[in-house]
Design a protein around this ligand. Structure first.
Ligand code: PNW
Length: 533
């Protein structure tokens, strides 16, 4: 007999949610349309094209500003329960503050309605790294404390406009990546790092910055802005809207380089300085002891009131997991001078041990496949943070494409041979067995973490579509759906045909997986007749 819809075939709880994720700047395109204001990423891509692998920018992204109905069609095709996307602050408030832009509000209302009409629940990220450039120019964006008030104003508009339909909010995406990349390495906007910085054998060029202090200031302001947003939701919206608010954090999993006590301690400092930096304040009201003692007065302090506001300021925690590293202790040296904030934690983050990588990776990829790290991370969070409700808000792997089919820069017309090699490249990208294996092995570890008591409520794959992959431009592709060329196309209401979404093998695999996981439970009993042939 049927006992209804269930995820038990995958070993998951019945109400477990499967989804995919995206972000505004990466997929929307239409950066100059619909009254949208300039963002930090628009400005950065224009000012430092050499910092983007293919010199590209968020136009056209995946054209989702125009093609959102098509996106929803593909979400339906996959059979997902939930879709995670982000709201562009610059679309809602072109100057970062003041009166909302009606067209921006309309776009997200349309998207949310389209999702609900198709039975898909929206998970909305309020900040996925795109800051209105006006606020950058005025006071340095997240370097300035004013960002807290401006962020509150922005999220207030989002809660009041969309909160009757959105029941899951994520305040911030990956403060760690935003902070380290923008203010320690300068590879994301605003492109700050200590001038002439060398780190892990690489040189970083920035006109201004201080890789030892700015990241801590920015991280601090992100936490305060998050706490303010959650407070506002609790005070003003929660009772009538009944939604939940969380934050999305990322960390690599770290294995100790070996079982020596110093390297086990290095592993703990690695996790504390990557995850604990943000999660400790949210749970305990302060930074980890290891960070306070090592960064000393470079780490800002919370007032008693701020600390209280931070404590417990989440209904769930979003975790993004991609990969793992070894953590190896850096011994004490009285003459040691840190050059970048990462040096404070006194460990080396290593891919290899005795010449063998921690997990397989494609050439030039930062994702070494280490599925067990997901389970380990979930159990670490369960134990250290009193078993919060969790969503895996991103997990996935890229396909690196150094092929010719994405060239813009006025290449000569394609000859037959480039046409053929482009066809071969396309076929390879569509046949992404590698991605399906990556996802299947990670979901298996997630199931085991749940069996061990972790309260994981859902799992989102990064990403729905091939899109603008930040400093990698369009050369690094995470999508379930292939887009022939995100470049070359113009940003018109009728987008160029090359933004057509083509399902990869992994899309079909995920669709199959969800269908099987959700198929009804059938109990066979003795008196049931044998199946007829
Ligand atoms: C995340 N790393 O970023 C972001 O949330 C997405 O916007 C992005 O597209 C996705 O992961 C894939 O990169 C990360 O180097 C960027 O460890 C870099 C790292 C981790 C996450």
């Amino acid at each position: 007999s049927e006992t209804g819809r269930s995820n038990v075939h995958a070993g998951l709880p019945p109400d477990f949610k499967f989804g995919v994720a995206s972000s505004s700047y990466q997929v929307e395109g239409a950066t100059k349309e619909g009254g949208r204001g300039l963002s930090n990423w628009d400005a950065f891509c224009q000012q430092y094209p050499e910092k983007i692998a293919d010199g590209s920018n968020g136009d056209p992204g995946a054209g989702s500003y125009w093609l959102y109905k098509d996106d929803v069609k593909h979400l339906v095709e996959l059979g997902v329960d939930v879709y995670r996307f982000s709201i562009s602050w610059s679309r809602i408030l072109p100057n970062g503050r003041g009166k909302p832009n009606k067209e921006g509000i309309q776009y997200y209302s349309n998207l949310i309605q389209e999702l609900l009409d198709h039975g898909i629940q929206p998970f909305v990220t309020l900040f996925h790294w795109d800051v209105p450039q006006k606020l950058e120019d005025e006071y340095g964006g997240f370097l300035g404390r004013q960002i807290v008030d401006d962020f509150r104003h922005f999220v207030d508009i989002c809660f009041s406009e969309f909160g009757d339909k959105v029941k899951h909010w994520i305040t911030m995406n990956e403060p760690l990546t935003f902070t380290a990349s923008g203010y320690a390495l300068g590879i994301y906007p605003p492109g700050h790092c200590t001038p002439n910085l060398t780190y892990e054998g690489q040189n970083y060029e920035c006109p201004v910055g201080d890789s030892l202090t700015e990241p801590y200031i920015v991280g601090h302001n992100i936490l305060l802005a998050h706490a303010e947003a959650v407070q506002l939701y609790k005070d003003t919206y929660k009772a009538k809207q009944g939604g939940k608010v969380g934050i999305t954090l990322v960390t690599n999993w770290f294995e100790p380089y070996d079982s020596s006590p110093l390297n086990v301690e290095a592993q703990q400092r690695a996790l504390e300085s990557n995850l604990g930096w943000f999660l400790d304040p949210l749970k305990f009201g302060d930074y980890p002891f290891s960070m306070r003692s090592l960064a000393r007065d470079r780490l800002p302090k919370f007032t008693a009131e701020e600390s209280e506001k931070l404590k417990g300021s989440y209904d769930f925690i979003g975790l993004n997991y991609y990969t793992a590293r070894y953590a190896r202790n850096i011994g004490f040296d009285i003459n040691y001078e840190p050059k970048i904030y990462q040096d404070d934690a006194r460990f080396d983050s290593l891919v290899d041990k005795n010449g063998i990588p921690i997990g397989y990776a494609q050439e030039n990829s930062w994702v070494n496949v280490y599925p067990n790290g997901l389970k380990e991370l979930l159990l670490y969070v369960k134990n250290r943070y009193d078993n919060p409700e969790i969503y895996i808000t991103e997990n996935g792997v890229m396909q690196l494409n150094n092929n010719t089919n994405n060239n813009t820069n006025n290449n000569p017309p394609a000859t037959n041979s480039t046409e053929i090699s482009n066809k071969i490249a396309e076929a390879k990208e569509l046949n992404d067995i590698y991605r399906a294996q990556y996802l299947a092995s990670h979901i298996q570890e997630l199931v085991e973490a749940i069996r061990s008591g972790s309260k994981v409520r859902g799992y989102f794959v990064w990403s729905l579509l091939d899109s603008f992959e930040w400093n990698f431009g369009y050369t690094s592709k995470f999508g379930f759906y292939y887009i022939n060329s995100n470049k070359n196309s113009t940003n018109k209401e009728k987008p160029a045909a090359d933004l057509t979404r083509i399902p990869k093998h992994s899309a079909n695999w995920f669709k199959w997986f969800i269908a099987v996981a959700n198929s009804p439970v059938v109990t066979l009993t003795n008196d049931q007749p044998p199946a007829s042939t």
